[in-house]
Design a protein around this ligand. Structure first.
Ligand SMILES: [Zn+2]
Ligand SMILES: [Zn+2]
Ligand SMILES: [Zn+2]
Ligand SMILES: [Zn+2]
Length: 367
């Protein structure tokens, strides 16, 4: 019994023999480190063996090491061409393998012999998200409630109203800091094309946009190019004119005269053209997913929400207006949900979506 593990561009391919019991029971890790190393809101690795670790260590995948202070080294492995996060492991001070796992988004399937590969229990380190992140809305799978934990053990409840931070700038950065920017409030003077439901956040009475639209994509390319372990990838639409360097909040990340194309390089990032007219960017050092760029909308990019570092929490509700669908609207709450159904299985994907719709109603982002 095996699954195929591959990055999006195919530079890394491996037939993984499944020898552990399935479904594998675990929680999504929502810690700051996992979010900022992926651009996602959580990480769920499928268990790996010491020989898997050996294989990955010898492969052409790029490696990013962190020392969490316990004497161990956590290494994240990603494809240097396409940015897929493929593998993560912990080794001890003497380089002994202590545990690791494969990223679910690189698998070709999630079921073997009619059994799902994973059994999701909930969310660990949910406290680090401040607002719960994915745990705030994804509350059950197939009737089983998902729990949130402080660290890995004690139960945690997100505060009813997460702290508000009215700061003028929103910080986005990856795990290593190689990509680090500040976002200003939306610029009212934009050449908005029509239709643009993805850039119709609430406006002030003067017609000035207040927040950036964020949404989830469950397509195969988003999953493969990121290695995403959640059923969909979160993106927020922010025009390039609103992105500033971390060192000077007055300095735009891209000089004003720059016309963004799929050939434009971004500081600290590697560019990958995942299909015609689409460029994806990831941190050249830690591999974090940074940007999805569509040449047809050359003034705006879709930025990975996991990079957000806000005191109000990982969903940053005063900055982000989350698309949770509208009754009768042609654009569903989760983009490409059918693709997600086919991969994750209807139970997982549909519970994710219905939790999302409920959350939208609860926080007033769906009317
Ligand atoms: Zn690749
Ligand atoms: Zn983590
Ligand atoms: Zn997508
Ligand atoms: Zn980085």
């Amino acid at each position: 019994m095996s699954v195929k593990v591959a990055c999006h561009c195919g530079a890394f391919k491996h037939d993984l023999e499944i020898t552990t019991d399935i479904p594998h029971e675990d929680t999504f890790c929502c810690c700051d480190s996992c979010r900022r190393r992926t651009g996602q809101l959580g990480l769920f690795p499928f268990p790996a063996s010491a020989s898997d670790s050996e294989l990955v260590t010898k492969s052409s995948l790029k490696r990013y090491d962190t020392q969490p202070g316990t004497g161990n080294t956590v290494s994240s492995f990603y494809c240097g061409q396409c940015g897929s996060k493929v593998f993560i492991q912990t080794v001890g001070p003497d380089q002994e393998f202590k545990g690791g796992g494969w990223m679910l988004g690189c698998f070709d399937k999630m079921e073997l012999n009619d059994k799902c590969l994973i059994d999701i229990h909930g969310f660990s380190f949910a406290d680090e998200t401040i607002d719960g992140g994915a745990a705030a809305f994804w509350t059950q799978v197939n009737g089983k409630p998902l729990k949130s934990y402080v660290g890995c053990e004690a139960e945690w409840k997100a505060p009813a109203e997460a702290g508000r931070d009215d700061s003028e700038y929103l910080n986005l950065h990856c795990r290593c800091g190689g990509f680090d920017v500040h976002v200003s409030r939306p610029n009212p003077e934009l050449p908005l094309p029509k239709p643009c439901w993805w850039y119709l956040p609430p406006k002030t009475e003067a017609g000035i946009p207040q927040r950036y639209m964020a949404s989830w994509c469950a397509c195969k390319d988003c999953r493969g190019a990121t290695g995403s372990c959640l059923p969909a990838h979160p993106w927020v639409q922010i025009p390039f004119v609103d992105i500033h360097t971390a060192t000077s909040k007055d300095a735009p990340l891209l000089p004003a005269e720059t016309k963004m194309t799929t050939k434009t390089d971004l500081p600290g990032c590697t560019r990958y053209e995942s299909s015609k007219g689409i460029a994806r960017y990831f941190c050249s050092t830690c591999g974090a997913t940074v940007l999805y760029f569509d040449a047809d909308r050359d003034f705006i990019g879709a930025w990975a929400v996991g990079l957000i570092d806000s005191k109000e929490g990982s969903l940053a509700p005063s900055w982000l207006f989350w698309w949770t669908g509208r009754d009768g609207h042609p654009n569903p709450p989760i983009h490409c949900k059918e693709t997600g159904d086919a991969f994750w299985g209807k139970g997982i994907m549909s519970d994710f979506e219905s939790g999302w719709i409920e959350w939208g109603k609860k926080v007033g982002q769906r009317t």
